[in-house]
Design a binder for this molecule. Structure first.
Ligand SMILES: Cc1ncc(COP(=O)(O)O)c(C=O)c1O
Length: 393
């Protein structure tokens, strides 16, 4: 029998691309906002945003114009020269975070690498080389480079690739006593996600975060907040740290910042802004003009009005879900939502949703929703109806 386009593509993918991803059978071909079609023309509503990347959904008109206009003018210059889009994005990130300076990377893992280098240099210079230990949380996810998988507090990532980077210690989220026991004179930084994304959409307790902040202040330990999944409006404020009333020393962002193009960034406060100097760090593509033109569009569009709408939509989704007997609880903030079903597994729900025309994610035992930040009420309603039917069914 003649193979479908999707089957042919799948065969070619398996032939030519290393099998590090467990893909579903879906072959997406074109989309607009939260709507997307596969190669066979089947339509889906997307509640995943390419894992929190497509902030404004598929091929948003304004974003496409921003990147294509830039591509027609100048696509890349190297970091040997000054460029307008990078400066604009850096200024916007600084203004929105109330911080000081930015370094551009190309992914979340790279942004975290840069943050890790920075905290080690800060402490090495100030206190000596022994002060290099970093505490991260169990169940965290910080990336796939050698050092960021080491920072990731999950055993399953710490296999096969020995030797791993040294100097990482893991503590149970929300356990203040364990944190206090683990901190030593060698601790230079604590690195946290305020809501663990890959780890299951688990929010940290405010008391715990307050304790971390006060210990960090008292001992001159630097606080890195990984906002790669939570940042850029995802949780209903520009950064999740705003809702915890804290001001970190370093914030890492990526994913939604580019709206669909690869980017990562570290935002530094006054204490850390001048730690890295000439030659300490760099990357060919960091601050790329096209990527930054798209990021500038995202940052400028994400105003108070859009944030208010994100919160309105979030409340609506939560209310609808919490009214269902089948739902045990709902976690997360803004449009980063985790759903725990009383009886069904997240995987089973995600698979059935897909058959019904809705793309959702999973994170550990939860169904995870990361819909486009500007999803229309109509598409939201459409997707939610499918989700509710599947959760009930
Ligand atoms: C919180 C967090 N940090 C870091 C990363 C790694 O980002 P990237 O895949 O862009 O390297 C991710 C990716 O899922 C993430 O969710």
């Amino acid at each position: 029998m003649k193979k479908t386009k999707a089957e042919l593509l799948k065969n070619q993918d398996e032939k030519y691309i290393v099998g590090t991803y467990k893909r579903s059978d879906l072959c997406l071909s074109e989309g607009s906002q939260a709507g997307v079609k596969d190669l066979e023309g089947n339509e889906y509503i997307d509640f995943s945003s390419g894992i929190g990347v497509n902030s404004f959904g598929f091929s948003d008109e304004g974003w496409v114009k921003a990147i294509t206009d830039q591509a027609c003018k100048l696509q890349h210059t190297s970091n040997l020269y000054y460029t307008e889009p990078a400066v604009k994005v850096a200024r916007l990130l600084v203004e929105k975070s109330n911080m000081s300076k930015v370094f551009f990377a190309n992914s979340g893992a790279e942004a975290n690498e840069c943050a890790i280098k920075t905290v080690r240099k800060y402490s090495n210079e100030k206190y000596g080389q022994h002060r290099n230990e970093i505490i991260t949380l169990k169940n965290s996810f910080h990336g796939r480079t050698m050092t960021t998988i080491t920072a990731t507090g999950q055993e399953e990532y710490h296999q096969f690739f020995h030797p791993f980077s040294e100097g990482f210690f893991y503590v149970e989220p929300n356990n203040i006593a364990e944190l206090e026991r683990t901190i030593s004179d060698n601790t230079c930084a604590i690195m946290i996600e305020l809501i663990q994304g890959e780890g299951g959409v688990n929010s940290l307790d405010h008391v715990y975060v307050d304790t971390i902040v006060s210990i960090c202040k008292e001992k001159d330990i630097l606080l890195i907040v990984d906002e790669i999944q939570t940042g850029i409006g995802r949780t209903g404020t520009f950064f999740a740290f705003e809702q915890f009333n804290i001001q970190p020393d370093l914030v890492t962002v990526a994913k939604g910042l580019g709206g669909g193009l690869p980017v990562g960034a570290v935002i530094f406060n006054e204490k850390t802004e001048n730690v890295l100097t000439f030659g300490d760090h760099g990357t060919t593509f960091g601050g790329n003009l096209i990527v930054c033109a798209g990021a500038a569009y995202i940052l400028e569009s994400l105003d108070e009005k859009m944030l208010a709408e994100i919160n309105e939509k979030s409340e609506y989704i939560r209310k609808e879900l919490l009214e269902m007997d089948e739902v045990e609880f709902v976690s997360g903030l803004g449009l980063m939502i985790g759903i725990k079903h009383k009886t069904k597994s997240a995987k089973e729900i995600a698979e059935t949703c897909l058959q019904e025309g809705l793309i959702v994610l999973t994170a550990k035992e939860k169904v995870r929703l990361l819909p486009p930040l500007n999803i229309s009420w109509e598409q939201l309603e459409q997707g939610l109806n499918i989700l509710k039917k599947v959760l009930k069914g």
